[in-house]
Design a protein around this ligand. Structure first.
Ligand code: ME8
Length: 506
């Protein structure tokens, strides 16, 4: 899948940068955990290249300007406070990011101005009258075909058919980016790279969009309407469109434009190996951003992993709606690794996603049926070959199927549990040989599974590896097979999970 240059480049993974218009919810933590699992997996499976992992907050735009005003704060101090909530979540959730970017930072600001000038110099930006349906909540224009007329409480208004957000007819003079000039080259790119957008239904959506007509993109707003943002270079009347500002963060987080002594070496991180996004922001990441990159002559993101939304009563969980589940409370009540596991497992099956993850306190726990298990079958699973667990997990991870990877690991643990229960080596009449064999296989399975579970439940997997006496330098995936490492001095009596106070059965 990867060509040789990409296999050797440092691994770069990103989450979206979050609007700090309110405190984070479970949906944000989900994106963070998914990105973190891939970052951690890269560290243990390709340790030589290094990993860069960016997350952060998207602080400019009308949405933030209005949220700050409503609370009586100036936008900067409002963002300072709310960005801190995202930073706290990231640290509490043990997210292993290497950069937390804020779009109000100086170097980002300079990168956006630089990028604008580059596009302008190439003749890709021009001034034009623009009219369309603008949604403040989605921070974008929609066309007539993308909106629906509704009447509610005796009032007539229009909403975006896709997101349901209210839109208003807006007419103004804007700068535009010649997006249309990139339609064909983008179409070709995505046709040639079936894994560039995953899962398949979103890839198909991108190809369909690019197969139609593509209008140029409005990339500025009048300063009079939007003051909270980066000014268009040499034009104090205009503010750069927040999405252009926001998307540039993926570049600025690696030191773009790579001019200073400090940043020049970081160009090696470009392009991202993997970008995690919610399906609502696909168009920005799969059409606008790649067009900008092509305009700049930079390579495009290798894989865009698009996940569905966590919903409450069939509505997208959202800060603007306020129907949110608090991730910090979940972590306090259930323990961090339990929450991480839940988000990775339930929200980690992307390919046959039904389009939404139902967030419910009564979510069914894993329904694995205990398989029949013999020692020989289990030993086969642990071998270092194509049918061995570590290689199967690796294939699932390369294919971005996190839930499948987890199921294989949990299935193996379930098998060893059955073996142990059936053999009952603590019984009186069990031959010494069987006791020794069961003991060895059980520990070896735990060692291998703990190595593979580190990306998802780093604390608990670490505790288990410590208890098994596995040295720190033998926790890479290359050790996750029979004969590639061994259990050391065991600490007895270690209990990894206790039932949380609030847990109910049923
Ligand atoms: O869109 N379920 O920010 P944002 C799952 N600033 N994931 C969800 C979710 C839900 N209900 N709600 C949010 C923005 N997310 C822009 C992005 S990137 C250059 C700029 C996750 O705070 C999902 O990954 O509204 C979504 O894409 C992300 O949070 C950002 O949401």
């Amino acid at each position: 899948r990867f060509n040789s240059t990409s296999a050797n480049k440092p691994y770069y993974v990103t989450t979206p940068i979050f609007y700090p218009n309110s405190v984070p919810h479970i949906g944000h933590l989900h994106s963070l955990v998914v990105a973190d699992v891939f970052a951690r997996y890269a560290r243990i499976s390709r340790p030589v290249q290094g990993v860069h992992f960016m997350t952060g907050t998207d602080e400019h735009g009308l949405k933030i300007q209005q949220a700050a005003k409503a609370k009586g704060f100036d936008p900067q101090s409002f963002c300072d406070q709310l960005s801190q909530h995202f930073r706290n979540l990231v640290s509490k959730a043990n997210i292993s990011h290497t950069r937390f970017s804020r779009t109000t930072e100086r170097d980002h600001h300079e990168a956006v101005e630089y990028l604008w000038r580059e596009l302008d110099t190439k003749g890709l930006i021009y001034k034009d009258m623009h009219e369309g349906w603008y949604s403040i909540s989605d921070e974008c224009f929609y066309t007539d075909t993308q909106v629906t007329h509704v009447t509610a409480d005796g009032q007539d208004y229009h909403i975006s058919t896709e997101t349901g957000s209210k839109v208003e007819w807006t007419q103004e003079e804007n700068y535009k980016f010649r997006l249309s000039a990139f339609r064909e080259s983008l179409l070709e790119h995505f046709k040639n790279h079936p894994m560039a957008v995953y899962p398949e239904q979103f890839h198909a959506e991108v190809v369909a969009t690019l197969s139609g007509t593509l209008a140029d993109l409005s990339v500025s707003r009048p300063r009079s309407r939007l003051s909270w943002g980066i000014q268009v270079p040499n034009d104090p009347e205009h503010t750069i469109y927040v999405w252009i500002d926001a998307l540039t963060v993926y570049l600025s987080a690696t030191g773009y434009p790579w001019k200073s002594d400090k940043s020049v070496g970081k160009k090696a991180f470009w392009p991202p190996n993997l970008q995690i996004i919610g399906k609502d922001i696909l168009r920005f990441h799969a059409i606008y951003f790649p067009a900008i990159l092509q305009a700049l002559g930079l390579p495009l993101t290798q894989q865009l992993l698009t996940h569905s939304h966590w919903t409450v009563d069939k509505r997208k969980m959202s800060k603007s709606v306020g129907n949110v589940a608090d991730p910090l409370q979940a972590i306090d009540e259930l323990g961090l690794d339990a929450v991480r596991y839940y988000l990775a497992r339930v929200g980690g099956r992307f390919k046959d996603d039904v389009g939404a993850y139902q967030h419910s306190a009564k979510h069914a726990s894993s329904q694995l049926t205990p398989p029949d298990c013999e020692a020989a079958t289990l030993l086969k699973t642990l071998r270092d070959d194509d049918q061995g667990l570590a290689r199967i997990v690796d294939r699932h991870m390369q294919n971005l199927e996190l839930a499948d990877a987890l199921d294989r690991i949990m299935d193996t643990l379930s098998k060893v549990n059955t073996l142990l229960t059936n053999t009952a080596p603590w019984g009186r009449d069990v031959p010494a040989e069987t006791v020794a064999e069961t003991h060895a296989i059980t520990l070896e399975t735990l060692r291998i599974c703990a190595i593979l579970l580190q990306p998802v439940i780093p604390d608990k997997a670490g505790e288990l590896l410590d208890a098994l006496g596995i040295p720190k330098d033998q926790r890479m995936t290359e050790y996750a097979a029979l004969g590639h490492g061994q259990v050391g001095a065991i600490t007895p009596g270690v209990c990894l999970f206790t039932l949380p106070k609030t847990a109910t059965r049923g």
